[in-house]
Design a protein around this ligand. Structure first.
Ligand SMILES: [Zn+2]
Length: 359
């Protein structure tokens, strides 16, 4: 049996490690090789690309988008972001989503230090990666979208951030040693899919992804998870659930949601929405404990405030948001009184910000 990679001290950066054999990978020029199982990855444009060999890649990487990375290189990442957003139905929303480092403001509830190693799982456009790179020792930014990873790499280079390692890899096969990171981030991602067998659309690999992340955390390390709520009051009131934009779809059992989506959009229902109980159970099954759940206001992808889900403030804020949607009337007043008394109002928050610790 090969020896496991020794645990890293805080002074050392974790070395890239085979997710199957748990031994250090050999890096020779632009080739990354596992000496035990001979799996290969490559280094392209400064990014470690693990979607080369079948053994390293549990699924296809996301399809290419367009030529905005050429624009990012020649005209700057912010110009590219404006062009990407301008093609969206809601350009202001998307531009802020791509550019704002405030999406990482949950870090103020973490004990972040300058010595911390951070794993940004599904780093996307790079704003959360950049925010942590400014304050922590090093960030490993992982994503299955090559184009977004290149964008994030161009962005961080133009921002003068040189303490980021990019990993184009699957989140269930993270090429880092055990217990090598103090903080992990999984923001706005889990609900987007990740199927074990895309063709059958039957079972997610979310348990494997969460176990893989927990494995990389040191004891006492924390995973931040931002996720939407399938029972959001917005969906219960008939709001359209993105990206399918179908009403009430997140409330349905999977088989019915699939049929509904097939009927109206001619595609399978790809999203995976969780209730509060569903996501906290999943985290506990993956070995996380000491969960702290917050209500992100106004919405989980880019919040302005985080309120402890069980606090009176969270309840009062949720009632005030309901009034915005429904207006003030006797039914809402009665519902909010009963739901508050039973303590069930938090179940209907639009999303959750969860801090899950590894003991
Ligand atoms: Zn190996």
């Amino acid at each position: 049996m090969p020896e496991e990679t020794p645990l890293q001290t805080k002074q050392e950066l974790p070395v890239l490690t085979c997710p199957h054999c748990r031994i250090a990978l050999h890096i020779d020029d632009s080739i990354i090789l596992c000496p035990e199982c001979n799996s290969r990855a490559s280094i392209q444009a400064g990014i470690n690309n693990f979607f080369v060999s079948g053994k390293f890649s549990a699924a296809q990487s996301d399809p290419p988008l367009n030529d905005f990375n050429r624009i990012a290189s020649t005209q700057g990442w912010q110009t590219a972001a404006e062009k990407i957003a301008s093609n969206s139905p809601n350009p202001v929303h998307l531009l802020e989503y791509i550019t704002s480092e405030a999406r990482a403001d949950f870090r103020f509830l973490l004990p972040v230090t300058q010595e911390d190693i951070v794993l940004d799982v599904c780093g996307g456009w790079g704003n959360i990666t950049a925010a942590f790179a400014r304050t922590c020792k090093h960030v490993f930014s992982l994503d299955s979208s090559w184009d977004k990873m290149v964008f994030s790499s161009i962005r961080s280079s133009q921002q003068g951030l040189d303490n980021i390692t990019y990993l184009h890899a699957h989140p269930a096969l993270i090429p880092l040693p055990q217990a090598s990171c103090q903080i992990a981030v999984l923001a706005d991602t889990l609900e987007c899919g990740f199927w074990q067998e895309a063709a059958t659309n039957s079972q997610t690999n979310h348990p494997q992804i969460l176990s893989s992340i927990r494995d990389k955390l040191v004891p006492g390390g924390c995973l931040y998870l931002g996720i939407e709520n399938r029972y959001s009051y917005k969906y219960l009131l008939g709001g359209k659930a993105p990206p399918s934009n179908l009403r009430f779809i997140s409330l349905l059992p999977r088989s019915l949601a699939n049929r509904y989506s097939q009927l109206l959009r001619d595609v399978d229902y790809q999203e995976v929405a969780y209730s509060l109980g569903g996501i906290t159970n999943l985290l506990r099954q993956a070995g996380f404990s000491n969960l702290k759940v917050y209500y992100p206001i106004p919405a989980y992808p880019k919040f302005r405030f985080l309120a402890d889900l069980n606090s009176k403030a969270a309840t009062a804020l949720m009632i005030s948001r309901l009034r915005v949607h429904l207006g003030f009337n006797r039914s809402l007043y009665l519902f909010s009184k009963i739901a508050s008394a039973l303590g069930i109002l938090p179940w209907f928050a639009p999303g959750f910000s969860i801090f899950a610790y590894k003991e």
